[in-house]
Design a protein around this ligand. Structure first.
Ligand SMILES: Cc1ncc(COP(=O)(O)O)c(C=O)c1O
Length: 420
């Protein structure tokens, strides 16, 4: 059996030449991130999530800073995803009301609003986190929700969705099959689908989801500016269908244009549909098929989100795919940090960028990539821990029991006696 490399890279040199991205202009018009953040700020449980600095680790692996935006406790739901689902539900209801100005999340609960909107049922397909966010927002507003998961979704993730008030339906196949199935059933039953991915004729809601995530990045910018920093020099963003990465890259491209950070997408090698799209190289999104069997459940998607792809094709400087042991390394490094650094409890999908960054910085074989990306002692890298240990059993399998070991040939020699 061949051992997969920790990092496989494909660059997108055209991103550096794009002076004007129609996709960024269309999806991230001026002021949108402020509007979205105003909306989230009205939710009573809303809090800014921490931006953690791994100072000692940055020093050890040859960087100036590593910042991790830690979404583990976003609205007590375990991941950033609720930012997109809640904003999309809000916008959907507003549209049905004819877009009256100044409507907050709690205004939507008022009886006169309910009377006008009627008994909507929100539906979504999920690998866990998006469905949990949609269920939470629908329940908070007094609506029903039906969430479709695929058969490999862990019981812990299913229970977390059900606890937030949704009916959960398990379907055969993968996340992409669940997306197709929920859409078919919704059309038959008159449910309102709130999807984090788009298809022809269904774009408005996924655009709202993508915009909803910008709150995370506008918080990061506020936190950096408070520390006297301008913006990160590099961003590594994990991707399933690509909506989160497009939100990050679109946000930074719209704020800083060509002076933006270097931006890289990271995917599991078993579900690297964005990497594959770049490899095909015709500028269009391309699906991959197969079992998508990766521990990174949140990233196990074979169909790219076409609107996210438009942004990524213009703004991502490159794409990385990596095996599960890279995520496992990130989980262990986050959970057991260097003395003095804060700990980060990251699930498989949340930890992969930290793992990837460490392999790039520590292995000689990636010197070319460090040079290409300009990663050195002046670099300030932004990562997002996009989820907590949302599957606690798998977290312990990896972190306690050493699951998904790093192949010997890719381990870094840390013999303290070698240094004399
Ligand atoms: C924890 C986590 N991180 C990252 C992602 C990737 O987001 P996207 O599918 O928008 O690329 C997901 C998606 O569900 C997720 O659950």
């Amino acid at each position: 059996m061949t051992i997969p490399e920790p990092i496989t890279w494909i660059s997108n040199p055209r991103a550096a030449t794009i002076t004007h991205s129609p996709a960024v202009e269309k999806y991230f018009p001026p002021g949108i991130a402020e509007n979205v953040r105003d909306f989230h700020s009205e939710i009573s449980a809303y809090r800014v999530t921490p931006l953690k600095s791994l100072e000692r680790l940055a020093d050890q692996i040859g960087l100036d800073k590593i910042w991790v935006k830690d979404e583990a406790n976003r609205l007590s739901l375990g991941s950033f995803k609720v930012l997109g689902g809640s904003y999309a539900i809000h916008q959907t209801i507003l549209k049905r009301l004819g877009n009256p100005p100044g409507f907050t999340f709690s205004d939507l609960r008022k009886p006169e609003v309910r009377a006008k909107v009627g008994d909507l049922i929100f539906a979504a397909a999920t690998d866990g986190n998006h469905g949990r966010g949609v269920a939470w927002a629908a329940t908070k507003l007094g609506f029903k929700s039906i969430i479709y998961v695929h058969k490999h979704t862990s019981e812990a993730r299913i229970q977390a969705i059900a606890r937030n008030g949704a009916i959960v339906k398990v379907v055969e196949g993968t996340y992409d099959d669940a997306v197709r199935q929920v859409n078919e059933d919704a059309q038959r039953n008159g449910w309102q689908v709130v999807s984090d991915t788009s298809w022809e004729g269904y774009e408005e809601i996924p655009i709202w989801v993508m915009r909803g995530y910008t709150t995370l990045f506008s918080e990061v910018q506020q936190q950096l500016v408070a520390m006297g920093k301008f913006f990160p020099t590099h961003i590594f963003m994990q991707a399933g269908v690509g909506t989160l990465a497009a939100s990050a890259f679109g946000y930074y491209a719209s704020l800083f244009a060509q002076a933006r950070p270097k931006m890289v997408v990271v995917e599991p090698d078993k579900a690297a549909c964005l990497f594959h799209s770049m490899e095909v190289g015709d500028g269009k999104p391309h699906s991959i098929s197969g079992e998508l069997d990766t521990i990174m459940a949140g990233l196990a998607c074979g169909d790219p989100n076409p609107i996210a792809w438009e942004v990524l094709y213009d703004c991502a400087d490159g794409f990385i795919k990596c095996p599960d042991y890279v995520a496992a390394k990130g989980m262990r490094v986050g959970g057991v940090p260097l003395h003095g650094d804060p700990s980060i409890i990251a699930g498989e999908s949340g930890a992969v960028t930290l793992g990837a960054l460490m392999f790039i910085m520590e292995l000689d074989r990636y010197k070319f990539l460090r040079e290409e990306l300009g990663l050195d002692e002046n670099s300030q890298v932004l990562l997002v821990n996009s989820e907590q240990n949302t599957d606690p059993d798998d977290y312990r399998r990896v972190v306690w029991d050493g699951g998904d070991q790093i192949p010997r040939m890719y381990r870094v020699s840390r013999n303290p006696f070698a240094e004399g």
